[in-house]
Design a protein. Structure first.
Length: 99
């Protein structure tokens, strides 16, 4: 962890079942920190974050998944820019965005 609300980790890119959305699973220890630091859940339990993958930075949300904990959507535009494909392991930096 680089700060109380920022983490760096490596995760595998996977494709949602029957869909075209790619995700990375947030590691369990980071998931637990996010739940504590983000406060009460909003909407679908999503939490706003800023993400860095390679030279690309963008804002999105992590979403709770019953089987995996928080999952991070990886936009196609980002995957193309960073030459990332499903099955690749990527280094991500994640930071909570305060509302």
């Amino acid at each position: 962890m680089t700060s109380p609300a920022e983490w760096e980790f490596v995760a595998e890119v996977w494709l949602a079942e029957g869909g075209s959305w790619a995700f990375a699973t947030v590691p369990a220890e980071v998931d637990a920190d996010i739940r504590v630091l983000s406060g009460p859940p909003s909407g679908f339990g999503s939490v706003r974050v800023e993400v860095v993958l390679g030279a690309t930075t963008w804002r999105t949300s992590v979403f709770p998944d019953k089987a995996r904990g928080f999952v991070l959507p990886l936009k196609q535009q980002v995957r193309l820019a960073e030459e990332v494909d499903v099955g690749d392991r990527v280094r991500l930096r994640l930071r909570l965005v305060q509302p």
